[in-house]
Design a protein around this ligand. Sequence first.
Ligand code: 5GP
Ligand code: ZN
Length: 111
Amino acid sequence: MDCLFCRIIDGTIPSDVVYQDEYVIAFRDVNPQAPVHVLFVPKVHVSRFSRLKDRDVQTAIFRAVSEYTEREGLEEDGYRLVVNTGAHGQQTVDHLHVHLLAGRQLQWPPG
Ligand code: 5GP
Ligand code: ZN
């Protein structure tokens, strides 16, 4: 299996890592859609949330987001979390990731 994010996790492909713990890595999106655009990625390869059965990892993803948004002072102005899933969600990398978008006024609804 050749997975882009697994290669970022193992260091084969370089990335701008902004957070890391036992279960999760977070790095800047290469094509940012907002001043802050970070991807929170479980270190284990799973394609989507429904395939992620390990509760420690489930919890770790959201704990990582909270630690990062608090550390970076994003709580006051706010932010958006997005998980594109499957074809209708327009997921392009088949390794679960949570987009964190912040740093500007975001619009709603999405397309
Ligand atoms: P998806 O479309 O699956 O929700 O999100 C995949 C994201 O990965 C996109 O926002 C895209 O810009 C980002 N991406 C694709 N290739 C790379 C890469 O090599 N490095 C980084 N840091 N981000 C990537
Ligand atoms: Zn992977």
